[in-house]
Design a protein around this ligand. Sequence first.
Ligand code: AMP
Length: 113
Amino acid sequence: MGNNCIFCQIVAGEIPSKKVLEDDNFLAFHDINPVAPVHILIIPKTHYPNFAQTPPEVFTPMAEFIKKVAEKVGVTDYRLITNNGKGGGQEVFHLHIHFIANPGGTLKWGKLV
Ligand code: AMP
């Protein structure tokens, strides 16, 4: 577990979260500050600081888990984002993939700086 890692604390049940789906290795829960009607965070239960510091083999089962999250919430159209490092907009240093969707509509895309 990462020292004082908020997402490790969510995994441990020490901080509450609105869970969407869970298995032995991954957890999906609603973002506390959603940027779209559906904004879910998907994390490995094991602490890796970010994308660059995660072993590649984690991503194959994580991809399968993300597809199950999509099925569970009933969306086929969505956006996946991971912010890597402070300059990439990362604020919580436990790997997470943002699952963002606007069911029945579209997501905007535009300049980020
Ligand atoms: P990032 O900037 O990529 O590190 O994203 C961190 C995300 O975690 C933000 O979208 C926050 O709204 C979200 N977040 C922070 N604390 C919590 C929490 N306790 N429960 C759910 N989402 C959180």
